[in-house]
Every structure is written in C-alpha cells, then in structure tokens.
Design a protein around this ligand. Structure first.
Ligand SMILES: CC(C)(COP(=O)(O)OP(=O)(O)OC[C@H]1O[C@@H](n2cnc3c(N)ncnc32)[C@H](O)[C@@H]1OP(=O)(O)O)[C@@H](O)C(=O)NCCC(=O)NCCS
Length: 216
C-alpha cells in the first residue's frame, strides 16, 4: 500500500472542532425572544428554533420555560398563558383559539395535543379550515391546567377541559372532561386510577427557597 503524503493526511476534528450539527438548530433564549413581539417573556425562557408559533402578541411566557423541537402553537385567535417552570415537549400541538393556560410547574411530554377549539363531528355542519365560519359549528372553550399538572406522551386534550392542581395523565390518554385535583388518570377517556402524592409540594418549597443561580 502506498504511503499517504503528510499534507494529505486528514486529521479528524475533535468534539470541539466539529462543524455545527445541521440537524440541531438550538434554542432562542429570553434575550432574543424579547424582541420578537410576544405579549410578555420572562427570564430563562428557551424555545427551540424549529418551532412554528403564530399569534406571538397573544402569548404570555413566565420565567424558566422550555419549549422543545417541532412544537406548533396557534395563538392567532386566542391566548396562551404559561406560568413558571413549564416544559412543553417536542412535537406538541397547542390550538389556542379558546385560550390555553399552563400554570406553574406544568409539564407536557412529547406529542401532546391540546385543542381549545374543535370542529363539530356530528355531521350537522361543514368542517375544516378551508370552509367559512358561517357553515361550521366550531366548539371553542378554554383549557386550563392547574399547578403541577403533568401530561404523558401522546395525550389529546379537548376544549373546555380543566385539570385540577397536581393531577397527572398517563400516556396516550384522551381527556374529554375536566379532571379533579391530585389524581393519576389514564385511558380513553381518561379515568382516575389513584391519588397523586403531594410530596412534590414540599420539594417545590425547598426548590424555591434555594438561591437563584445555584440550581435555579
Ligand atoms: C399512567 C401511569 C403514570 C401509571 O403508572 P403506574 O402508577 O406505575 O401504574 P402501572 O404501570 O402499575 O399500571 C397500572 C395498570 O394500568 C395500566 N396502564 C398504565 N398506564 C396506562 C396508560 N397510559 N394507558 C392505559 N393503561 C395504562 C397498566 O398496564 C396496568 O394494568 P394492569 O393492572 O392490568 O396490569 C404510567 O403508566 C404512564 O402512562 N406514564 C406516562 C409516561 C410518559 O408519558 N412519559 C413520557 C416522558 S415524561
């Protein structure tokens, strides 16, 4: 085998020298988000650069929020209000026409779909986005999640649903009626299977007592 001349030797770059990964676009941070036209943006907010978000002027964002890749938020009609320490997992879809509120410490896992507006599926009206409103019977009602609500992967939440403080919903559930507080729910439609521990409230208290800049 022929020797390779020294100037033709290819040295693989180490981790630091690698060119940027074209599949990863990173996050916008609060400083950049502030100039984009949101109704409000708190501190330490991160939104993945490949999200699609419309209706920025109707979106209020608290502090310490992370919105991951490929999230779609349609807030051109109704508002989205997000509290502090909220995570919205990748691939989630928030249809905000009737208004959506995610209170402090809420978490949406990946692929959660929240509809505060939905077409009429009974056949008594026309449906879908291409048809004028006067031929449709869209159900519009606000969706509200209390503090510490956690929604598992792939869940669907329908208009008018209110989820009480501290409740969680298992993966692939359909939530079509409001859920009481401090329960673990799952299924289609979601049913309460047991109580959810309130231990997390003590952890919240300890966490918020920690000086800013350490763990938070
Ligand atoms: C709902 C959930 C919290 C229940 O967990 P758990 O309290 O440990 O309950 P178990 O796993 O013991 O399940 C109890 C029963 O419910 C069933 N079950 C659990 N989750 C279910 C779900 N999402 N849908 C339907 N049935 C479910 C289990 O199969 C089991 O049935 P069995 O009694 O007939 O064997 C959990 O299963 C879940 O869905 N977590 C969400 C995870 C997620 O989405 N993570 C994403 C990253 S954060």
């Amino acid at each position: 085998m022929q020797d390779v001349p020294p100037d033709k030797i290819i040295i693989l770059p180490d981790q630091k020298q690698k060119t940027a990964n074209p599949f990863y676009k990173g996050y916008f941070k609060s400083e950049e988000l502030l100039g984009m036209g949101f109704k409000s943006v708190g501190e330490n907010v991160k939104i993945a650069k490949n999200c699609t978000i419309v209706g920025l002027d109707k979106i209020s964002l608290g502090n310490n929020i992370q919105i991951d890749e490929n999230v779609f938020i349609a807030a051109n009609v109704g508002p989205l209000n997000v509290g502090d320490y909220v995570h919205i997992g990748g691939g989630s879809h928030l249809s905000c026409a009737g208004g959506i509120t995610l209170s402090d410490f809420c978490g949406l896992s990946q692929g959660v779909r929240i509809y505060s507006a939905t077409d009429d599926y009974t056949g008594f009206s026309l449906t879908n986005a291409t048809v004028p409103e006067k031929f449709k019977n869209v159900k519009i009602a606000p969706v509200f999640f209390g503090k510490h609500v956690l929604i598992g992967s792939g869940c669907v939440i329908l208009p008018g649903v209110q989820i009480g403080i501290g409740s969680s919903v298992g993966a692939l559930s359909l939530v079509n009626i409001s859920l009481k507080e401090w329960g673990v729910y799952f299924g289609i439609p979601a049913k309460r299977i047991k109580a959810r521990s309130k231990n997390l409230l003590e952890l919240e208290r300890k966490f918020l007592e920690e000086p800013i800049g350490t763990n938070r």
